[in-house]
Design a protein around this ligand. Structure first.
Ligand code: CP
Ligand code: NVA
Length: 291
C-alpha cells in the first residue's frame, strides 16, 4: 500500500529517529546520493505562499539527481477544475507529490486518488516536515532527543500540533502555553496559559507567528491577545542556560520574538531552515522505499 505523510501520527518514534539519522548522513555525505533519484520527479502543489518549503524541496530533489515541478492554484487549472481529475493527471507525471493547502481535508481528499506518496507541506492542522527537520536540528545540537523538554509558547497552530505529535513519539516532553481559546488540537504533556510555567527548565523554547496564512483578517485582534506570549530575554532566562531558541520562520520580529532572542547565540533558526532540505530528502527516500 502506498505510504503518504499527512501527519506524523501515522508513524512510530523509530521511523522518525531513522529518518533523522538518514537526514544527518545525507547532510554530511551528499555526493554518495547524487543520482539515487535519477529520472524521478516531485510535483509540488502550493495553494499558499512559501519560501523555505518550496526551495528546500526543489534543491533537495536536485541534490538527489531528480527533478521538481512547482505548481500553484493560480496558474494551473487547480483553482477551477475538479480536484479529483487534476490530481489523477498530475500523478501520471510524478513519482512523489507534495502539497501545501489551506484545509487538511483537501490533502485527505487528494490522498484518496493517489497511488504515489503524498507529502503534507503544511495544512491548517499540521506541518510534519517542519517537525522532522526541527527534531533533526535538536538531535544535532543536543546529541539526543529522549528526555529533553521543549516549551512551545504562542498560537496552538499547525506547527504546534506537529511538534506535540513528534516530540511525544521520540520521548521528549512538550509544554505548551497559549492564550485561552487558542489551544492546539493535539494534547501536550503540559498545557497552560502561563508562558513562564511552560518555559521553566526547558531545553528548547519554540514559537511561531501569531497570524498564520489565512488568518490575516484577525491580525490586529491576535496581536493584542498574544502580546504577553512574546519570547524575549526575560522569558528565555527561565529556560535552561543552554536552551535553544527555535522558530520555523518566517518570524515577525517584535511580535512573537524580539531581535535580541532571534539574533542571539541560542537561536538555531537558520540551521532549522537548512535542515528542511536534508530531512525532506530522507522523507522522500523513505516513502519511495529507497532507504
Ligand atoms: N517554515 C516554512 O514552512 O516556511 P515557508 O512558509 O517559507 O515555506
Ligand atoms: N503557522 C504558519 C507557519 C508558516 C510556515 C502558517 O501556517 O502560516
Amino acid at each position: 500500500m502506498v505510504k503518504h505523510l499527512l501527519t506524523l501520527k501515522d508513524y512510530s518514534g523509530d521511523w522518525i529517529n531513522n529518518v533523522i539519522a538518514k537526514a544527518i548522513e545525507l547532510k554530511s555525505n551528499s555526493a554518495k546520493y547524487g543520482d539515487i533519484l535519477k529520472n524521478k520527479t516531485l510535483i509540488m502543489l502550493f495553494e499558499k505562499a512559501s519560501t523555505r518549503t518550496r526551495c528546500s524541496f526543489e534543491a533537495g530533489m536536485t541534490q538527489l539527481g531528480g527533478h521538481a515541478i512547482f505548481l500553484d492554484w493560480e496558474t494551473t487549472q487547480l483553482k477551477k477544475a475538479s480536484l479529483k481529475d487534476e490530481i489523477r493527471c498530475i500523478e501520471k507525471y510524478s513519482d512523489v507529490i507534495m502539497a501545501r493547502v489551506f484545509k487538511h481535508e483537501t490533502l485527505m481528499e487528494m490522498a484518496k486518488y493517489m497511488e504515489k506518496p503524498l507529502i503534507n507541506a503544511l495544512s491548517d492542522l499540521y506541518h510534519p516536515c517542519q517537525t522532522v527537520s526541527d527534531l533533526m536540528t535538536i538531535k544535532e545540537k543536543k546529541g539526543k532527543l529522549n528526555g529533553l523538554k521543549l516549551a512551545y509558547v504562542g498560537d496552538g497552530n499547525n506547527v504546534c500540533n506537529s511538534l506535540i505529535v513528534g516530540c511525544k513519539k521520540v520521548g521528549m516532553k512538550i509544554a505548551v502555553a497559549t492564550p485561552k481559546g487558542y489551544e492546539p488540537k493535539e494534547k501536550p504533556d503540559l498545557l497552560t496559559q502561563d508562558p513562564k510555567e511552560a518555559v521553566k527548565d526547558a531545553d528548547i523554547v519554540y514559537t511561531d507567528t501569531w497570524v498564520s496564512m489565512g488568518q490575516e483578517d484577525e491580525a490586529e485582534k491576535r496581536k493584542k491577545i498574544f502580546y504577553p506570549y512574546q519570547i524575549n530575554k526575560e522569558l528565555m532566562k527561565l529556560a535552561k542556560k543552554d536552551a535553544l531558541f527555535m522558530h520555523c520562520l518566517p518570524a515577525y520580529r517584535g511580535c512573537e520574538v524580539t531581535d535580541d532572542v532571534i539574533d542571539s547565540k541560542q537561536s538555531v533558526v537558520f540551521e532549522q531552515a537548512e535542515n528542511r532540505m536534508h530531512a525532506q530528502k530522507a522523507v522522500i527516500l523513505k516513502l519511495l522505499g529507497k532507504i
